[in-house]
Design a protein around this ligand. Structure first.
Ligand code: FRU
Length: 482
């Protein structure tokens, strides 16, 4: 398939009926398919969308282009769950089939209002000269999962002074008033986030531009997202083109988090409690979407994938996955992330972590503690001794390094094949490592830091090997049930 404008933006109903079943059948044979992560049946998955609790269920959609492993005509693929770990595919919730979203039903969010779910997303349109138009479209989902788009769009265009790179509304409600925080770019090419206000979900007025620190803007802010934890606001966003001197990051674009003490909605002023940090210190996290669930938790899901990077599964006509659902907490103004408690239900066959564990099923988990001032090396491997994912733990220097150089299927090499994160020195180090065939999620020191990424071995990994002072490690290993 040659991916050009025409093939990327072919309306879904103009594809031959046989295309999707053939792609899905091909993808199903991939040795890199995941057991417990959300992945596309075919084509490309990117940002999580519309994460909410509604109709007695968890609701989650993702950006999808079902026809190939490229960024083409995007829709919302909708999933529901009762436990945050098993998801039921509900099909396409929002299709790019109107004049306001003809070139993509882009990222957005959702909040329950009465007995319906209110959605706002970006309608991406290209005109005959391929100029972009961005509409912020409202829609209602009912308890039968039927979505009705509202016309005309809620916001017809970016205000003066901003370009058409205007997208990804994040809806939230405060004291009965509604807000949408939207990613933007000034005509001087600086990233921005614009706050809109509405009392009735019909009339939306610009409240102002968020006072993001100048050095944190880059040239475009994607996926701005506000969540409240213990009364403190936390801002999560994706500034593109950020200098690496501002924030130490190695991925093509960072996903940043900023913990605040206050978000003054009238003044559109966010008061930071500390320095911005990378939300994830690994290779592949972007477009994280978090929301305040009615059970009191702040929940987040990330896209495990990055824009503009080829992945080995591209040749199999699929790309990317979502992270596990993570619970966000705050301690001393630091953001912690951990898989939701429900994730433990996936564990089975507990065994003691030893120098070699060889009976794993491709999806597994280990929780371990390394005593202070020790070093140990973990290998995630198949029976092929030449290929593995390496994780080095050093509780003397307080570093964790993940090395993808020996996995056999390199990608994104330009951005480096190792990632290192710094935690407390001279202190016992705790690691919770989740492996799901071709994805790893590392939670370090109870979620103080996370490191997430994809890795591609020739087969699903079945082995964990430890080297170094193995006696300094104590831990447990579980296989995961599907
Ligand atoms: C981020 C993003 C969003 C946009 C969506 C399109 O990955 O570029 O800004 O809405 O993806 O799929």
């Amino acid at each position: 398939m040659i991916w050009n404008r025409e093939t990327r933006y072919t309306p879904y109903n103009a594809w031959p009926k046989s295309t999707l079943p053939a792609l899905t059948a091909q993808v199903a044979t991939s040795k890199w398919r995941l057991h417990n992560h959300i992945q596309p049946a075919s084509g490309l998955l990117n940002d999580p969308n519309g994460f909410a609790y509604f109709n007695h269920q968890w609701q989650l959609s993702y950006q999808v282009f079902p026809y190939g492993p490229v960024h083409g005509l995007k829709a919302w693929q909708h999933l529901t769950s009762t436990d945050l770990i098993h998801w039921h595919d509900e099909g396409l919730a929002i299709q790019p089939d109107s004049k306001y979203d003809s070139h993509g039903a882009y990222t957005g969010t959702a909040i329950p209002v009465g007995d319906r779910l209110f959605i706002m997303y970006t309608g991406n349109v290209r005109d005959a000269d391929w100029n972009r138009h961005a509409y912020q479209i409202g829609a209602w989902m009912d308890t039968d999962n039927q979505v009705k788009k509202i016309t005309p769009p809620m916001i017809m265009a970016a205000p003066a002074g901003y370009t058409t790179s205007f997208r990804d509304p994040d809806l939230f409600e405060r004291n009965g008033e509604y807000y949408a925080l939207i990613g933007a770019q000034t005509t001087a090419n600086r990233g921005a986030a614009l706050l809109y206000h509405s009392s009735d979900l019909k009339q939306w007025d610009l409240q102002g531009e968020l006072d993001l620190p100048a050095e944190l803007r880059g040239y475009m802010v994607e996926c701005p997202n506000l969540v409240e934890i213990d009364g403190q606001p936390v801002l999560i966003f994706c500034p593109q083109g950020l200098p690496q001197t501002t924030l130490a990051y190695e991925n093509i674009y960072p996903n940043v988090s900023l913990v605040g003490t206050q978000f003054d909605l009238d003044q559109v002023k966010f008061t930071a409690a500390g320095a911005p940090t990378q939300l994830d210190a690994g290779f592949d996290v972007y477009a994280t979407q978090a929301f305040n669930a009615p059970d009191g938790r702040a929940l987040a899901v990330s896209w495990i994938g990055l824009p503009e990077i080829g992945y080995p599964t591209d040749s199999e006509n699929w790309a990317h996955c979502l992270s596990l659902v993570k619970e966000l907490t705050l301690k001393d103004n630091h953001l912690y992330q951990n898989p939701v408690i429900e994730t433990k239900r996936l564990r089975e066959n507990a065994q003691v972590l030893q120098a070699e564990v060889t009976s794993l099923t491709g999806a597994f988990e280990t929780e371990l503690t390394l005593a202070a001032d020790e070093q140990v090396r973990l290998k995630v491997a198949t029976t092929d001794a030449a290929h593995y994912l390496l994780i080095d733990l050093d509780s003397q220097t307080g570093t964790v390094t993940i090395d993808r150089r020996h996995t056999g299927h390199p990608f994104a090499e330009k951005y480096g094949q190792t990632r290192t994160t710094q935690v407390l020195r001279h202190t016992a180090l705790k690691l919770r490592l989740i492996i799901d065939v071709s994805v790893f999620e590392c939670y370090i020191n109870n979620g103080y830091t996370t490191m997430t990424g994809r890795f591609f071995l020739d087969d699903a990994p079945t082995q964990l090997q430890l080297a170094g002072n193995v006696a300094a490690v104590s831990g447990t290993v579980w296989n995961w049930r599907k």
